[in-house]
Design a protein around this ligand. Structure first.
Ligand code: LLP
Length: 412
């Protein structure tokens, strides 16, 4: 968890208005540095897909994952291409729609396939195309059921026992197998790690037995970050150590060195970001004291979607600190679930906070991942601005959308 410089953030809120997303480039660079042991760091841009964040990643030598046509176009706009190995862009999905298929073929973007149908469609359109196989090893783990991406309840990946069938499709279309990939969930607890690494080595054995070669393995993403005081930070050396051992074993099986990729989203950007919102009303409703801010779940969806915790700092507008009080922090949307202090299943959880008053600023911490990228226009609220802080400078990296822009899609 980062301790943000609230004086600086208050100045940004004053200058750019609220609600506002902010990111600190220095934090992103630090997180990248902590993963340099991996041969390739591939940013899962779904966590934060602003083109300027992607440019920052590219400048740092980080590659990118894309999961839609839009994300591919973002990567291209940030200057990535698919030449060479490892490719700057890899497209990962469980299905490929027709426009995306055209785009990956046009730009020769390797496809990380999560279904055999995808392999057939790609092979028919582009024989010889580079592919990864995303495998569901039969188990998974996540901070919520909604972020568990392995096991038989998950739609993700090719089921492990279908690997031989997938390899047969690769042969049939002359596709080039680059590597095997696994991503079993987000916010993993690391007790699963050894099991995941073991499963990868077993899969590589199957590939070798089937007479195929491969050049890389990917550990996927899923590294957690400390959202609460006291949450442990991931030990990246330990994480790398286990995967490196798996890579060595897999290389011995295949008979030559293998590259090791990692594909985090949250770890690289979550702690760089804050959401700034202004308190516009307070009220007592029975026993609950509500603090109502100008940001809603259409901006930060994680508490409503997963019951996720985001630490909140209060910055008093007049600099006068207030005593703590149990507060329910909520947004402006016409929906009861628009509450930032809630648990799984939507239970409202009052939280002890300095009693915020109208005009105070609330800082929601660690919102750099799955914040802006999960925003919506619900209640016809335009997307809000994003600002990138780098040392002493700051710049707007996305201007606020206007209602006129939204209406223009309908009024033509
Ligand atoms: N690779 C693949 C194939 C993925 O599906 C994901 C996340 C990642 C990498 C990156 O996972 P990360 O390192 O960020 O945990 N909206 C949820 C997280 C959903 C993640 C979906 N896939 C949240 O706000 O927690």
């Amino acid at each position: 968890m980062q301790t943000p410089d609230t004086t600086r953030l208050a100045a940004l809120a004053q200058h750019y208005g609220t609600p506002l997303w902010t990111y600190d480039a220095a934090v992103i660079r630090e997180r990248i540095a902590a993963l340099r042991q991996f041969d390739t760091i591939r940013f899962a841009q779904k966590a934060c897909s602003n083109v300027h964040i992607l440019q920052l990643m590219r400048e740092q030598g980080v590659k990118v994952d894309a999961v839609s046509r839009g994300e591919i176009l973002r990567a291209l706009a940030a200057g990535y291409d698919a030449s060479g190995e490892p490719s700057g862009i890899v497209f990962t999905a469980d299905l490929i729609d027709r426009p995306t298929l055209e785009l990956v073929v046009e730009h020769h973007i390797p496809v990380n396939a999560g279904s055999i149908d995808m392999l057939h469609q790609l092979g028919a359109a582009s024989p010889g195309h580079r592919v990864w196989l995303r495998i569901n090893p039969g188990f998974g783990h996540g901070h919520s059921n909604k972020t568990n991406t392995g096991g038989e309840h998950s739609k993700h990946g090719i089921w492990h026992s279908d690997l031989p069938a997938a390899l047969a499709v690769i042969r049939q279309h002359g596709l080039q197998l680059v590597g095997l990939h696994m991503h079993i969930g987000s916010g993993v607890d690391y007790s699963h790690l050894q099991e995941v690494c073991g499963a990868m080595v077993d899969l590589v054995r199957l590939v070798q037995k089937a007479g195929h070669d491969l050049h890389a393995i990917s550990a996927g993403g899923g590294l957690s970050i400390p959202y609460r005081d006291g949450d442990a930070s991931v030990d990246t050396n330990h994480y790398f150590g286990l995967w490196d051992a798996a890579r060595q074993q897999a290389a011995a099986v295949i008979g030559h060195p293998l590259a090791l990729e990692i594909e985090p989203g949250r770890y690289l950007v979550a702690e760089s970001g804050n959401l700034l919102a202004e308190v516009r009303a307070t009220k007592d409703v029975g026993r609950n004291h509500f603090v109502l801010v100008d940001a809603g779940f259409n901006e930060l969806m994680r508490p409503s979607m997963y019951g996720s915790y985001h630490h909140i700092s209060v910055v008093p507008h007049d600099g006068v600190p207030q005593a703590e009080k149990d507060c329910v922090v909520a947004g402006p949307l016409c929906e009861s679930g628009d509450v930032f202090t809630q648990g799984d299943g939507g239970v409202v959880l009052p939280r002890p906070l300095p009693a915020a008053r109208v005009g105070d600023l609330l800082v929601f911490h660690d919102t750099g991942a799955y914040g802006a990228s999960m925003s919506s226009n619900y209640n016809t609220r335009p997307l809000i601005a994003e600002v990138l802080v780098d040392g002493d400078s700051d710049r707007l990296i996305r201007r606020r959308q206007t209602v006129e822009e939204l209406l223009a899609l309908e009024l033509q």
